[in-house]
Ligand binder design. Structure first.
Ligand SMILES: [Zn+2]
Length: 429
């Protein structure tokens, strides 16, 4: 089920996207109060935008623009909204995203082709281990996509290893959809309860939210730790509410495939200029075919690389590499720059670490300071030294590391209002 456009020559994909872009600009100029005002203010003639390169003549849209003018981004009257979703709001106020009936159909199509890209087929049974409520777009998108694909869905929701295993043993799902670090909890539960996980029905997992690969696509510490024990295939998916589009890995694990019919991607530097091919920069997107809240040149805040060499699966589309980190979370440390995901992955390596929290603050000298709080069953000085040494060797930074009681840490990590575990706190001014 590979859409023909995803196997087309690059030049054809470009032409196809340019036609879609022109339609989108007309739609925005007629229906979006925000973009209508912006085009008027900046004297923008949308008919002058003919190619993807011409996009550079248009202003970008930032998260702040979206937060401050949320209502003006809606292109349809409220009675057309079928589903209300919000962004996670980890940085500032959450943004409301309404979806029309057509948007839900687009979302379903997007997930169906993305799951198919990762190998899920009609008739497969899939266990959904993420929340479907809490104004969360992803859970609903997964359900709609699997339904469209003709797969069976078991909606277990997040957490509770006992219930997850009960469902796996009862309904024999071939795939799971979850946060990969939760698989470690699933393994632990299985080991403590004599469940032979390698003999289970599970063959693959669609993994959200955490890095499975390093920039060269070799497995991350987390991915290795899982597959060393459990012989399953881990597929990365990268998506966000704002993009309303997913980038899934195929069975060759070389980044998430782009769907040209759904979204235009640009990789921009700090001055909003395109980076050289293969360089990392901020993923900037223009949604295609979205009715309620389409976005033009929206800066996602995610630092990624695009990979354009053809993939062995037959798709010619570009692929988005593992997310290096969020732009706002970049840490400058004595001439080195790094992002939290690399630190999270490194901490996964330590068996003695039951949980962790990374705090970044500004010290008296105005530079970034890293403090790592660790919960451990065996809190020894040796473990602290071991962690520091590992950070020095692998990331060239020397963080402060201290112990914190597990129950206190859990209260911070599993904050009731947050959908995702809070493992990074930015206290910088
Ligand atoms: Zn591929």
């Amino acid at each position: 089920m590979i859409p023909a456009i995803e196997k087309a020559p690059l030049e054809e994909i470009k032409k196809f996207q340019e036609a879609k872009l022109k339609e989108t600009l007309v739609y925005l100029s007629e229906n979006s109060p925000y973009y209508k005002a912006l085009f008027a203010k900046e004297n923008i003639d949308i008919t002058a935008i003919q190619t993807l390169e011409d996009l550079q003549q248009l202003p970008v849209t930032t998260k702040t623009n979206l937060q401050e003018n949320n209502d003006d981004f809606f292109c349809v009257p409220m009675h057309k909204i079928v589903d209300y979703a919000t962004t996670s709001g980890t940085l500032g106020n959450p943004v409301t995203f309404g979806l029309t009936d057509g948007d839900l159909e687009r979302l379903a199509y997007n997930e169906a082709i993305s799951f198919a890209c990762s190998g899920i087929q009609q008739g497969d049974v899939v266990q959904l281990m993420t929340t479907m409520d809490r104004r969360f777009m992803a859970g609903l998108a997964y359900f709609l996509g699997l339904r469209k694909l003709g797969a069976g869905v078991i909606r277990v929701g997040a957490g509770i290893p006992e219930l997850q295993w009960d469902s796996i043993l009862k309904y024999n799902p071939k795939y799971l959809i979850t946060v990969p670090s939760f698989l470690l909890k699933m393994i632990e539960y299985a080991e403590n309860n004599n469940i032979n996980y390698n003999a289970s029905s599970v063959k693959g997992v669609i993994c959200i939210g955490e890095a499975l690969r390093n920039q060269d696509f070799s497995p991350s510490v987390l991915a290795k730790k899982i597959t060393d024990k459990w012989d399953i295939q881990l597929f990365s998916t990268y998506a966000s509410t704002e993009m309303s589009t997913a980038f899934n890995e195929c069975g060759h694990f070389q980044g998430g495939h782009h769907h040209p019919e759904l979204i235009i991607t640009e990789i921009l530097d700090d001055n909003n200029q395109p980076v050289a091919a293969g360089e990392s920069g901020e993923l900037t997107i223009t949604t295609l075919g979205v009715e309620a809240l389409p976005l033009l040149r929206f800066k996602t805040g995610d630092i990624v690389r695009l990979h354009s060499e053809p993939c062995l699966c037959g798709r010619t589309t570009v692929r988005v590499g593992p997310v290096v980190g969020r732009k706002q979370h970049m840490i400058k440390y004595k001439g080195t720059t790094l992002y939290p995901p690399a630190m999270h992955d490194l901490l996964t390596f330590f068996e003695g670490v039951q949980g962790h929290l990374i705090e970044i603050s500004t010290n008296d000298l105005g530079t970034d300071e890293i403090l790592i709080k660790i919960a451990s069953n065996e809190p020894t000085e040796e473990l602290l030294d071991h962690i520091k040494d590992h950070f020095r060797a692998k990331l060239r930074v020397t963080p402060k590391v201290e112990f914190i009681a597990q129950d206190i840490l859990n209260k911070i990590i599993f904050a009731p209002m947050s959908r995702k575990p809070v493992t990074f706190i930015d206290k910088r001014i």
